[in-house]
Every structure is written in C-alpha cells, then in structure tokens.
Ligand binder design. Structure first.
Ligand SMILES: CC(C)(COP(=O)(O)OP(=O)(O)OC[C@H]1O[C@@H](n2cnc3c(N)ncnc32)[C@H](O)[C@@H]1OP(=O)(O)O)[C@@H](O)C(=O)NCCC(=O)NCCS
Length: 218
C-alpha cells in the first residue's frame, strides 16, 4: 500500500500483522527487555520491514536503535522512517543523496478523538477540512491532517534535533492525494533547516498513510 505514495528512490516494506518471523539483533532485544509483548512484536515487525527496505537499497541489515528524541539511527548516508498502528507496520528508506529528509505515518482511518483537532489544527486548517469534507466526503480529513503533521515531524526532527509543535506547521491537504506543509518554528531553526515539505496521502480500508519529504530537495 505505502509504495503507492512514495517517490522514486524510496524503498519500503509493510506488514499488516506480526506473524512473520522478525528476529532482533541483541542490542535491540536488550532495548525490548521488560517491554510488553505487544510493543516487542510491533517493534520487531517494524524493524524487519526496515531491514527489507535497506536490503532493497543494496545495504546489509543492521540494528536500528533509537537515537535522540526516539528517531531511529539509520546507516550513514541513509534516511528512513518507521510507523506502526493497529493492523499496520511500515518502514521506508532512501539514499540521502536522493532524498534529503523523509517521514511516514499510518493511522486508523477514523475520526480523531474528541478535542484533539483543536490541539493540532489552526483555524485556517479547520476551515479547510470543512471544505474538503464537503468536496470529498468519506475521507477522515481530521485524522489525515494529524497524520500528515506526524510525517512532517518525522522528516524534520532527524536533521534538526528540534521539537516542532503542531501549531508550527500549516498543512494544506489536496483531495487528489497530495499535501504541502509550511513550517514556522517559534525559535530560529538550525541553518539550512527545511521549512517546506510536500507529501502524499492514501486511505484504504481501515487505514490511512502519509509520506512527507523536504520540498526543496536540498
Ligand atoms: C514521534 C511521533 C511523531 C511518533 O508518531 P506516532 O503516530 O505516535 O507513532 P508511529 O508508530 O507512527 O511512529 C513511531 C516511530 O516513529 C519513529 N520516531 C520516534 N520519534 C521520532 C522522531 N523524533 N523523529 C523521527 N522519527 C521518530 C520511531 O521509529 C518510532 O518507532 P519505534 O519506536 O518502533 O522505532 C509522535 O509520538 C510525536 O511525538 N508527535 C508529536 C510531535 C509532532 O508530531 N509534531 C507535529 C509537528 S507538525
């Protein structure tokens, strides 16, 4: 599913359950020690997906441990992203020479819990969601906006090491399956930080997925 929204050069793998064997490296096992079985299974399946994506790039499978802020540490010269939600796990990877920064997110295709939209969307974004719902009913536009922001955050954080609040990104969703994001960080971002991202979205069955990448390609 997710490969349908990825640009050339981005490899992916996904799973809809935790049934396939997903062995962990000892350092990853150590991280999961004492964690609940559900988290271990989700973590392991997502890592199996990530290693499949790396293999497709022609790279050897390696441990993928969390670095600062929880972002996974990818091999040198590689950018990647991981997501999991009920019934879905996925990972993508690309050569940094091809894609400077990327992020993915998956969510259940249902409305956000009551009260959450007000925390993640500006007045302008909420008005846009109403227009989108009138134009294309049946899409969970509020959840999609949330997912797009999560994907943008996962693309933004690894290269900046900076937290980004939901109000610091204005996302514009298009009914045709694309979106753009303009960032306005409240503190000056590191030199060269991307402030514009573009992405794609897809909803199918009970799931929706988003992909974001630095828009200027730098
Ligand atoms: C980090 C965050 C984006 C994860 O999203 P989520 O929907 O909760 O969970 P997902 O399953 O989709 O993603 C989890 C994976 O994201 C990755 N991740 C975690 N922190 C990350 C970070 N700072 N940067 C990039 N990737 C990160 C990890 O690979 C993690 O999986 P793992 O722990 O198994 O390795 C979310 O919890 C969060 O903190 N959001 C607030 C910040 C934000 O989104 N701001 C919006 C600004 S526009």
């Amino acid at each position: 599913m997710i490969e349908e929204i990825l640009p050339p050069g981005v490899r992916s793998a996904e799973a809809f359950d935790d049934l396939a064997p997903a062995p962990l490296f000892p350092e990853e096992e150590a991280l999961m020690a004492g964690r609940r079985q559900r988290r271990r299974a989700q973590f392991a399946t997502a890592r199996a997906c990530a290693r499949r994506a790396l293999t497709e790039l022609g790279l050897a499978p390696v441990p993928l441990l969390p670095g600062a802020g929880g972002a996974p540490r990818w091999p040198d010269g590689v950018v990647g992203s991981i997501t999991h939600c009920d019934g879905y796990r996925a990972a993508v990877a690309a050569r940094a020479a091809d894609v400077a920064a990327l992020g993915i997110d998956a969510e259940p295709a249902g409305p956000l819990p009551r009260g959450v939209l007000g925390l993640v969307a500006s007045a302008g974004e909420r008005a846009a969601l109403e227009r989108l719902a009138a134009e294309r009913p049946g899409v969970c536009w509020d959840r999609l906006l949330f997912s797009a922001k999560e994907a943008v955050y996962k693309a933004w954080f690894p290269s900046t090491g900076r937290w980004l609040g939901f109000a610091e990104a204005e996302v514009c969703l298009a009914p045709t399956g694309t979106f753009t994001a303009k960032l306005t960080p409240t503190t000056p971002p590191p030199r060269g930080a991307a402030l514009r991202f573009s992405g794609r979205w897809l909803t199918r069955g009970d799931l929706l997925v988003t992909f974001a990448a630095r828009a200027d390609g730098a």
